[in-house]
Design a protein around this ligand. Structure first.
Ligand SMILES: Cc1cc2nc3c(=O)[nH]c(=O)nc-3n(C[C@H](O)[C@H](O)[C@H](O)COP(=O)(O)OP(=O)(O)OC[C@H]3O[C@@H](n4cnc5c(N)ncnc54)[C@H](O)[C@@H]3O)c2cc1C
Length: 373
């Protein structure tokens, strides 16, 4: 995105990526439908970045969710607003959009160099490891967009951290964000229900309730509703060694409605059959009631013991501290070098907020470079 803004203004731009092809994480995001952004009002949207809302707001204002939709539309990837307010391309995947985007960049003269692993600087020059040995590249300006540290096999492994730290850039350690959690399932439950969704549920923790969906995994629980609570859950586990999540399996009914439906069910039926017939609970939800020995399907307690690691997290918290960059995302310790996207120390839930902030910081950094040249 930064390359596009710069090249459109007439700059000569080269992009270097260590992988054999670009945008692997973007393509992976496409597997889930490519949730580009969200349609809610800007104040609520910006609030999703928590403590970083204020510092990201100017970038979000400079490249808004509406701008992102217009950009996708201009590449032939017409977008729509889903029932949850999330914005997706109609094709529900990333590859056609990426193809059109790469064509546009090529037309603008952007040159992409693959299998170039950035290793820092040699004097003033950028230093890359390539198949043909080390390569030194002189650049007037550099924008680093090396990503965070989740899903390292897609290219971003946070390996840049010590390189920048040694230059005096202040960095907060990486932690998983939007990741699943571990719990102690019995072997029987894990074998029977891993991979099964819990649909139309509500999860509560620390005074916050989120409606949505979760996925039972061998080790615990993951999915949108879990990710939305993952920051507070992660912090509670760090402080107390565990976090007690409450699951409401029928949030669309109140306790009285649940009791009366169950009361009308035949006493001869087993509990499982009553839950299925009277409340229409899925086998996985019924299994969970038995597994946790819950007495109330609107308050099924689940003790979470750990957050899953960076290797499977959707995104990472931590990265370059905002104190270390100017409002245009130029590194104070390294004038002429900007950093954008998940390299910066912000986090947000899933819902399109991750790509939106990555794109918005790219646009702001590119404009900052242009204003300075
Ligand atoms: C499974 C999954 C699903 C997701 N779904 C969504 C979604 O639907 N909506 C959403 O908003 N977000 C989603 N995200 C998050 C989103 O993809 C990221 O927030 C976004 O891609 C971050 O962009 P970035 O440019 O900062 O980093 P990245 O996309 O990680 O790009 C960084 C690039 O830098 C390259 N690189 C790293 N180090 C070096 C080096 N030393 N030398 C050369 N190149 C290097 C990498 O190869 C990579 O190409 C998803 C993430 C995952 C893992």
């Amino acid at each position: 995105m930064a390359a596009e803004v710069l090249a459109e203004a007439g700059a000569r731009v080269a992009v270097y990526d260590r992988m054999p092809s670009v945008a692997r994480k973007f393509l992976m995001a496409g597997r889930g439908g490519l949730n580009l952004t969200h349609s809610e009002p800007m104040d609520r949207f910006a609030g999703r970045y928590g403590k970083r809302s204020a510092v990201l707001k100017p970038a979000l204002d400079a490249f808004t969710p509406r701008d992102l939709r217009a950009w996708a539309d201009s590449l032939g990837a017409e977008t729509f607003v889903g029932t949850s307010g999330r914005v997706f391309p109609k094709a529900m995947k990333a590859s056609p959009l990426l193809r059109a985007w790469l064509n546009r960049l090529e037309g603008l003269g952007v040159v992409i160099h693959l299998r170039h692993d950035w290793r820092g600087w040699d004097d003033e020059a950028l230093l890359f490891d390539t198949h043909d040995g080390p390569l030194r590249v002189a650049a007037d300006r550099t924008i680093l967009a090396l990503g965070g540290a989740s899903w390292p096999r897609l290219g971003s492994d946070g390996g840049w951290m010590p390189l920048l730290e040694s230059k005096g850039v202040e960095i907060a350690p990486f932690r998983p964000a939007n990741a699943g959690f571990t719990t102690q399932w019995t072997q029987h439950f894990a074998e029977k229900f891993a991979g099964e969704p819990l649909k139309n549920i509500a999860l509560s923790f620390g005074g916050k309730t989120v409606r949505g969906e979760a996925m039972l995994t061998r080790a615990g629980l993951e999915g949108g509703a879990v990710y939305a609570l993952s920051g507070p859950l992660r912090d509670a586990i760090a402080s107390y060694g565990h976090a007690d999540l409450m699951i409401d399996l029928r949030p669309d009914m109140n306790a009285g409605q649940v009791a009366s439906k169950l009361g009308r069910a035949s006493a001869k039926d087993s509990l499982s059959n009553r839950l299925r017939k009277a409340l229409n609970l899925s086998p996985a939800a019924i299994g969970l009631v038995h597994e946790t020995k819950a007495s109330d399907i609107k308050a099924v307690p689940l003790r979470l013991s750990a957050m899953q690691g960076l290797d499977r997290a959707i995104s990472s918290a931590g990265g370059i501290r905002f104190e270390a960059v100017t409002p245009g995302f130029e590194l104070k310790a390294l004038p002429g070098v900007h950093a954008i996207g998940e390299m910066l120390d912000w986090e947000a839930p899933t819902g399109g907020y991750l790509l939106q902030a990555s794109f918005a910081t790219a646009v702001t950094a590119a404009r900052d470079v242009l204003a300075d040249t």
